[in-house]
Design a protein around this ligand. Structure first.
Ligand SMILES: [Zn+2]
Length: 106
């Protein structure tokens, strides 16, 4: 029998992979044919993640009824999000590299 914590972790990993794939797909589709400078596109993507954080944090602020237990901590959460951004830039995963090759002709 799988301990509940391992099962939850696997569900979380699967959910994160689904979000990563959906965001990457939307990014590449939006970028296609725009002629947008690369950094301008990535800046827009970063702002969108920040806006999503703000929306989710607002839904978990004072007087809200979400029962998940998460309490927004903008300073601490920003450190966590920055660390993930840095890790993805400094250590791209194999599937990211494969996608970059495919996009190399853009
Ligand atoms: Zn919640």
């Amino acid at each position: 029998m799988i301990p509940e914590s391992q099962s939850c972790r696997r569900d979380e990993t699967r959910g994160q992979a689904a979000i990563e794939q959906a965001l990457a797909r939307a990014f590449w589709q939006a970028l296609d044919g725009q002629g947008l400078p690369v950094m301008a596109a990535l800046e827009a993507a970063s702002r969108t993640v920040g806006a999503l954080y703000g929306q989710i944090a607002a839904a978990h602020g004072a007087g809200t009824t979400c029962a998940c237990g998460w309490v927004p901590d903008p300073d601490g959460d920003l450190i966590v999000l920055e660390a993930h951004l840095a890790a993805a830039i400094l250590q791209p995963r194999a599937r990211d590299l494969a996608r970059m090759e495919a996009a190399g002709s853009a």
